[in-house]
Design a binder for this molecule. Structure first.
Ligand SMILES: [Zn+2]
Length: 147
């Protein structure tokens, strides 16, 4: 029997006799990758599949309304990482309000000192008890002391 190269891990393997056209090796990770790629292709190309997935997810969500709230409570590291990723997504969606990611250099990077904090308008993030602020360095001539 002829060996095949697994498209996931690149290793050579012998297809199982029951499935001579086996494209991926039998390792768990490669089988997961095969399934992931198949699902991705189905989502991109099969409208019925997408519709069925959407209805199944909505039905599951209706039957398990507190699942994600409970999951976040039991997995605070996950919740914190998700919040950080959401902040990045929000920043990317508000490109007018932020500097370019590559704009900071050694020359203009922020250092300890005096800064002006301005609360940005609008609900930029979902949390109601968090503020989005813009910090800009101040020179002493801009300072005004109000006792
Ligand atoms: Zn493999």
């Amino acid at each position: 029997m002829e060996t095949h190269a697994c498209p996931a891990c690149g290793k050579l393997f012998l297809p199982r006799p029951q499935n001579p056209s086996q494209a991926y090796c039998s390792s768990k990770g490669c089988q997961q990758e095969r399934r992931r790629r198949w699902q991705q292709a189905k989502r991109e190309n099969d409208e019925d599949y997408r519709d069925n997935q959407k209805r199944a997810q909505q039905a599951w969500k209706t039957q398990n309304p507190s699942y994600w709230r409970d999951y976040r409570r039991l997995h605070p590291q996950y919740a914190e990482a998700n919040r950080a990723q959401q902040l990045v997504r929000n920043y990317k969606n508000c490109s007018i309000l932020i500097a370019k990611m590559d704009a900071s250099t050694q020359h203009n990077s922020m250092h300890a000192g005096l800064y002006k904090m301005v609360i940005l308008p609008g609900p930029l993030i979902a949390k109601k008890n968090a503020w989005m602020v813009f910090l800009s360095p101040c020179s002493r001539s801009n300072l005004m002391y109000v006792p």
